[in-house]
Design a protein around this ligand. Structure first.
Ligand code: 3HC
Ligand code: NAI
Length: 719
């Protein structure tokens, strides 16, 4: 767990050896304590260098150990002892120094960083704070404003920025460990007192309270209801106002309030869920680590609309050459200008040059003969998409992968019209595609493992979180969205307002409430889908009872809103009113109030007061209930995949963990009981009927979310 060697006759080199990130597990802490003891007591040793194996200094505390009782030496006294030692200790930082790893570096008397190293205190993203002295030492070293920013955001910084801030003493392009050993030899004769960061006086800004207040406001606005950043601010205040011995106690008290909180559990679950999501498996045994992806050097995008443009940008900025195809000259030109503008802005922001030379624009599919992969992003119309796929089949070389960005159509039906169904897969991006991190990779029954592996890895290369899902209407994300949206509109009928529902969801932590989100996405999209599926429009049988369709409750209010030309932000009117078409400042609209009142009186609905609790329960439990059905049906392999989809694609708050984790946190028994209650009250809403899997899990004693997989006996996995 740590290797000890004597180099250059007098330098003790301690190398952390806990792959892959040299996390500070109990065994590593034990090994560091033993090695330091040895080094400090061996008269031959004049200085110490600490580094990490495989070019990674240390990724911090071992997060997997957080779930169990503390074993092995606690970190704070161990680090205090390193700092207090009488021999100079130099940290040789390569790769990463994060969290506890950064705190370890802070107790070393000198820090040498490789120029590619990244440093940071990301604890706040795990719902905790840097509790091994990080909140007390960093402000002493770099001052309150800079420390506050790093600690409350968890941002990683480059070695160069660390040098500018005064965190590291030297940045090197050579082997950091060798440089650190030479540095240590030179440090032997020098006094250490000024190098012990805990002994420094925190440089205090003139208006400390004003600064802390401003940062508190910022944090509250950005991360509504999230506890950890606020606790971080309090800990930094202690660094400014208390001696180290008291500040460290305050840090530990604050950590205790966070450590066992639901938010910390949720955020740590998200960390692992995100990493688990990439690990797909097929019933055939093919999986992420035994399927070879193809290398993709060139791609084509068909359709330069909202989605196509963002996908072109995502591909080009990672060095893939792209041919973009449109149906008409004018649309091609507009699309081209938009893509160029987006790429230029993106390159400017990242301080690189825009890769415009990788782009080609054309009206002819014939130009796609030699590309490695095509992503179709034309209108959501099956007949059109089938025509495009048939054409692609004829034009592209036999090995070209054919992908679709459909948001819910049958991927296998598209595969069926091609000469290569095994090379067809869904790549479902989210809008705006160059910004949103989620990619659902929709595996048809005939998609080969190589095709899936290629789509998954391509997503990762574009900086996306790729999740493999099965093929069913709406896949995972959009299939679950339906019951969620339905509940929101039923609540409108019963007496709530769009702003009340949105506020409840935003207070819960959603980036946007359901109505604001719908206004942003455009209300006409769903209206078109409802018309096509015979739920509204002239084809509806007039004998149909007004608030029922296809044997179940139906709310026509969204159709009524669209009939008035209110399509959301783009038309300046939707569930809210905006200053102008394209405006983003949503204001409640009295016309919507009127519409709701008239609607209720027309159908004799007595509006009632609806609590925020009911809003959250009906929207979120209906969402999770559909998630259980998706697991039962084998459309998602595990609850973590569903949660990652909702975190990265639908703005579910990370500190809630995702809909499935949230259900398990609330308690599956409670979720079941509330769904039964609401289903009894609304028997014509099948989405509220508890799913068999939920009932089964409750009958098995409500195991934690990580154990659900053992209970999902999926007969036919659709993955
Ligand atoms: N503890 C336990 N496991 C960890 C870990 C950690 N701190 N950091 C990474 N891992 C695991 C991952 O789960 C993954 O496991 P898997 O292979 O089984 O899926 C494996 O290490 C590799 O991780 P990544 O896939 O993330 O590898 P990358 O190379 O993409 O990224 C990294 C490396 C930047 C270090 C990234 O893993 C990371 O950000 N890790 C977390 C860092 C962090 O938050 N540290 C703070 C911990 S809390 C703390 O230190 C408290 C202290 O103040 C007391
Ligand atoms: P859009 O209407 O903005 O763009 C579609 C583009 O395809 C238009 O520019 C049109 O001219 C072009 N097109 C149509 N037929 C063509 C053909 N034969 N050859 C070349 N170009 C052709 O539509 P949008 O929103 O970009 O959607 C595209 C696809 O992405 C749809 O399948 C949609 O369901 C899906 N999607 C949309 C999301 C969204 O939020 N808009 C999110 C995720 C997926």
């Amino acid at each position: 767990m740590a290797r000890y060697e004597l180099v250059k006759r007098s330098v003790a080199l301690i190398t952390l050896t806990n792959p892959p990130v040299n996390a500070l597990s109990s065994a590593v802490r034990h090994a560091i304590a033993k090695s330091m003891d040895h080094a400090l007591n061996d008269p031959k040793v004049t200085a110490v260098v600490i580094c990490g194996e495989n070019g990674r200094f240390c990724g911090g505390a071992d997060i997997r150990e957080f779930a169990g009782p503390l074993r092995g030496p606690p970190l704070v006294p161990l680090l205090d002892a390193i700092e207090a030692g009488e021999k100079p200790v130099v940290a040789a930082i390569e790769g990463v120094a994060l969290g506890g790893g950064f705190e370890l570096a802070l107790v070393c008397h000198y820090r040498i960083a490789h120029f590619k190293a990244r440093l940071g205190l990301p604890e706040v993203t795990l719902g905790i704070l840097p509790a091994a002295g990080g909140t007390q030492r960093l402000p002493r070293l770099i001052g309150i404003p800079a420390a506050l920013e790093l600690i409350t955001t968890g941002r990683h910084i480059s070695a160069q920025e660390a040098l500018k801030l005064g965190i590291v003493d030297q940045v090197t392009e050579q082997n950091a460990c060798e440089v650190a050993v030479e540095f240590a030899l030179r440090a032997v004769a020098k006094p250490l007192s000024s190098r012990r960061v805990s002994m420094l006086t925190t440089p205090c800004p003139p208006d400390l309270d004003g600064l802390l207040e401003a940062v508190t406001m910022q944090v509250k606005k950005k991360a509504r209801g999230v506890m950890a950043p606020l606790a971080c601010i309090q800990a930094v205040r202690a660094a400014a106002t208390m001696p180290y011995s008291k500040g460290i106690k305050r840090e530990s008290e604050l950590m205790a309030t966070l450590f066992n909180s639901g938010q910390a559990r949720a955020l740590q679950y998200c960390f692992f869920a995100q990493r688990t999501a990439g690990k797909w498996t097929l019933p055939s045994g093919a999986q992420w680590n035994n399927s070879k992806p193809r290398e993709i050097r060139s791609a084509a995008i068909i359709g330069l609309g909202t989605m196509g443009r963002g996908i072109v940008v995502s591909l080009a900025r990672v060095g893939i050459s792209v041919i973009a195809v449109e149906s008409e000259k004018k649309l091609l030109e507009t699309g081209k200008q938009m893509v160029i503008g987006m790429l230029e802005r993106d390159a400017k922001r990242r301080g690189v040059s825009a890769s415009l030379n990788l782009l080609k624009f054309t009206l002819s599919l014939q130009d796609l003969k030699d590309v490695d992969l095509v992503i179709e992003a034309v209108f959501e119309d099956m007949a059109l998409k089938k025509r495009v796929f048939q054409e692609l089949s004829k034009v592209c070389r036999p090995a070209t992968l054919l992908c679709t960005n459909t948001s819910g159509l049958d991927v296998d039906a598209l595969a069926g019209v091609t000469d290569r169904p095994h090379l067809v897969v869904g790549m479902h991006f989210f809008s705006p595609a160059h910004v949103m991190k989620l990619l659902e990779v929709v595996c048809g029954p005939r998609s080969s493992s190589e095709t899936i592996a290629t789509a998954m890895i391509l997503g990762k290369r574009m900086g996306k979180v790729s999740v493999a899902v099965g093929n069913c209407p709406g896949f995972v994300g959009n299939r679950m969205l339906k019951p969620y949206l339905d509940q929101a509109t039923f609540l409108l009928e019963e007496g709530a307002t769009p702003e009340q529902i949105d506020k409840a969801l935003e207070d819960f932590g959603f980036a946007m409430g359901v109505f604001r989100m719908s206004d942003l996405a455009g209300l006409d999209v769903g209206w078109r889908v409802r018309k096509e599926s015979g739920l509204t429009g002239p084809d509806v049988d007039p004998k149909n009872p007004p608030r029922r369709r296809q044997g179940r409750r139906y709310c026509p209010i969204p159709d009524m809103v669209c009939e008035q030309g209110r399509f959301g932000q783009k038309t300046g009117r939707g569930w809210y009113m905006y200053d102008k078409p394209g405006g983003t400042n949503a204001k409640p609209d009295p016309l919507i109030q009127n519409l709701l009142e008239m609607y209720r009186s027309r159908y004799g609905i007595q509006p009632r007061n609806i609590s925020d609790q009911e809003i959250i329960e009906r929207c979120l439990f209906a969402l999770a209930n559909e998630g259980f059905r998706i697991l039962e049906d084998g459309i998602a392999a595990r609850p973590e995949d569903i949660d990652v989809i909702y975190l990265f694609g639908y703005g579910f708050p990370r500190h809630g963990g995702g809909p499935m984790f949230y259900a398990s946190m609330v308690g599956l028994e409670r979720v079941l009981e509330r769904l039964e209650h609401y289903h009894q009250a609304h028997p014509d809403v099948p989405h509220l009927e508890p799913s068999p899997l939920l009932k089964k899990l409750v009958a098995c004693g409500s195991p934690p979310v990580q154990k659900w997989r053992e209970h999902i006996k999926t007969m036919h996995s659709h993955l």
